[in-house]
Write a protein that binds this ligand. Structure first.
Ligand code: G3P
Length: 477
C-alpha cells in the first residue's frame, strides 16, 4: 500500500482540505512510492500567517536558544541518517553512499550555521567621519530578521539544499515556509519530522507541497513572504524574479560549467576531475562539468584517457552504488537523448555511450562538438559531456563566456600565471584551478552570474541575505 504523507501546516501534520494528492514516482523503481498533499491557497495563507506570528516570538529568543533547537535538529537528523538516506535514494535515485553523505553534510552544515550565527555581530559608526558630522551621533548597526522566508529546494539535493536555506533563515530569526521539489518532498518531510521533534515553536516553519499551477505564483506574490531563496531551473528562477516585486531574492540556477584544459595540464588529474565532475549522480548537479574546452594539442591524449575512465563508471541502480543512475524521469532522459541525437546528426564523434534503457542513459562522451550543436550551449542535466577543441586559450575563454550561464569554471594547467589569467577572464561566480566545479565546502561563498543566479549562498552569506541592517542613531548630548 502506498503511503500518503501529510503536509506540515501551521504547526500541524495535516491532510489537505483539497483532498487531492500528488504521486511520487521513484526514478529507478519506476513505481509510485508515496503520495503528498496538493495544498490549497487557503492553506498557504494559514502557513504564512502562523509563521509570521511565531516569528515575532522566535526573533526575541537569544541566538543561543535558537541555536539549541538547530543543534538538536542536527542530532535528530543524525539518528535518522539511514532512513533519510534511503528516502533520498528511493525518491530521487541518488546512490545510497551519496545520499548518506548528503545527510552527514547537512548535519555538519546545520551545526556550522549555528556557530557562524553565534559569531556574527553588528558594528557602530560615529558621525565625525563625514564632513561637518559630529562625534555625538553614534550609529548602532545591527542585523535583524526579514520576517518569513520562502525556501524552495530542488530535487537533486532534497535535504542539503533545503537545510542550507532553512538553517540560516531560522538562525537569523525568520520564520520559514519550505516548499520542497515535488520529487523530493518525501525526503523533505522526513527531515522536517526530525525538526518537529525538537519542539520548534508551532507554526514557525511550514512544509507545503502542491501543484505549481495552484500555489506557485500565489506563494511568490504573497504579501506575507519577505524573502525568497530558490534553487532550481533558470526558467523558474526568471519567472520568480518577474513575479516577486521588491522582495529580496537569492537564486541559484543552472550552469554550463566549462573545464578549460590547457596544453600543459596534468592529464591524469584532469581526467579524474572531469569524469567525476561530469558524471557523478548522472550529471544532475548544477555544478557538473558540462563542456570540455581543450587545447587541440593535447585533445587526442585527453580523449584517450577519458574514454576508459568513462567506460569504467558503474552504471545502474542506486542501491548498487552506481555513479550513473536513472535520471529523475523519462522526460529528462528524452531531453538528454535529443541533445545527443542533434550533435551526432551534425557530425560530432561518439567516443562512448549513447545507449539507453528507459530513463537510464549510459555516460556519453562526444568529441569534435562545434558551436552549431545544441549540446555546446544547453544544460543537459544528464550524463553527456561534449568536448570542444580549441586552438588557443583565448578561444577557450571566448567560448566559455559566450554561454548565458556563469556558475563555475575549471581550469587545468600547471602554470599559475596562466591559471590566474584565465580565472580573471571567465565570467563566472567561482573558478576552480585544477579541480572540478563544486559548491562545497559549504562555508565557501556560492554564487552564479548571468543566467546562473543572483545573490550569494554559503553559510555566512546566507545568513546575511536573510537578514538586514537596522540602524539606530543615538544623538548624544
Ligand atoms: O545542483 C546543486 C548544486 O548546489 C551542486 O552542489 O555540492 O554537487 O557542487 P554540489
Amino acid at each position: 500500500e502506498v503511503k500518503v504523507y501529510p503536509a506540515y501546516i501551521a504547526g500541524e501534520w495535516r491532510f489537505s482540505e483539497s483532498q487531492e494528492t500528488i504521486a511520487i514516482t521513484s526514478p529507478w523503481k519506476a513505481d509510485v512510492i508515496g503520495r503528498v498533499q496538493a495544498l490549497t491557497q487557503d492553506e498557504v495563507d494559514q502557513s504564512i500567517a502562523a509563521s509570521k506570528a511565531a516569528q515575532r516570538v522566535w526573533a526575541d529568543l537569544s541566538l543561543g536558544e535558537r541555536g539549541d533547537y538547530l543543534n538538536q535538529w542536527a542530532s535528530e537528523l543524525e539518528k535518522d541518517r539511514e532512513a533519510i538516506a534511503t528516502a533520498v535514494m528511493n525518491e530521487v535515485g541518488k546512490n545510497y553512499n551519496d545520499a548518506e553523505k548528503e545527510v552527514t553534510r547537512t548535519v555538519d552544515l546545520i551545526r556550522y550555521t549555528v556557530q557562524e550565527a553565534l559569531h556574527m555581530h553588528g558594528e557602530s559608526v560615529r558621525g565625525d567621519g563625514f564632513p561637518g558630522g559630529s562625534k555625538d551621533k553614534l550609529g548602532i548597526i545591527e542585523r535583524v530578521p526579514l520576517g518569513v522566508v520562502l525556501a524552495i529546494a530542488p530535487f537533486n539535493y532534497p535535504v542539503n539544499l533545503a537545510a542550507s536555506k532553512i538553517a540560516p533563515a531560522l538562525m537569523a530569526g525568520n520564520g520559514v515556509v519550505f516548499k520542497p521539489a515535488t520529487q523530493g518532498s518525501i525526503s523533505g518531510i522526513k527531515m522536517i519530522e526530525a525538526l518537529d521533534r525538537t519542539g520548534l515553536p508551532a507554526g514557525l516553519l511550514s512544509l507545503i507541497t502542491g501543484r505549481g499551477s495552484v500555489i506557485g505564483d500565489y506563494l511568490t506574490e504573497h504579501p506575507g513572504i519577505n524573502m525568497i531563496s530558490f534553487t532550481g531551473s533558470t526558467k523558474t528562477g526568471k519567472h520568480l524574479s518577474q513575479k516577486s516585486i521588491m522582495i529580496p531574492l537569492v537564486l541559484e540556477l543552472g550552469g554550463k560549467d566549462p573545464a578549460i584544459v590547457c596544453e600543459d595540464a596534468d592529464l591524469d588529474l584532469t581526467t579524474q576531475n572531469i569524469v567525476s565532475g561530469a558524471f557523478s549522480y548522472s550529471g544532475q548537479r548544477c555544478t557538473a562539468v558540462k563542456r570540455v574546452l581543450v587545447d587541440d594539442k593535447v585533445a587526442d591524449q585527453l580523449v584517450a584517457q577519458l574514454k576508459p575512465a568513462v567506460e569504467a563508471l558503474a552504471v545502474g541502480s542506486p542501491v548498487d552504488d552506481s555513479t550513473v543512475v536513472p535520471l529523475i524521469d523519462e522526460k529528462a532522459a528524452d531531453f538528454v537523448q535529443g541533445l545527443i541525437d542533434d550533435a551526432l546528426a551534425k557530425g560530432a564523434t561518439l567516443i562512448t555511450g549513447n545507449q539507453r534503457q528507459g530513463n537510464l542513459l549510459a555516460p556519453t562522451l562526444l568529441d569534435n562538438v562545434t558551436e552549431d550543436m545544441a549540446v555546446a550551449w544547453i544544460e543537459p542535466f544528464g550524463p553527456v559531456l561534449p568536448i570542444i577543441r580549441v586552438q588557443t586559450t583565448d578561444a577557450a575563454i571566448a567560448i566559455a563566456n559566450k554561454s548565458n550561464f556563469g556558475l563555475q569554471a575549471s581550469v587545468f594547467t600547471q602554470d599559475i600565471d596562466k591559471a590566474l589569467e584565465i580565472a580573471n577572464a571567465v565570467e563566472v561566480g567561482t573558478v576552480q584551478v585544477n579541480g572540478r566545479p563544486e559548491r562545497g565546502p559549504d562555508n565557501f561563498p556560492f554564487l552564479g552570474v548571468k543566467s546562473s543566479g543572483m545573490g550569494t549562498q554559503g553559510v555566512h552569506n546566507s545568513i546575511l541575505s536573510m537578514s538586514r541592517e537596522k540602524l539606530t542613531v543615538m544623538n548624544l548630548r
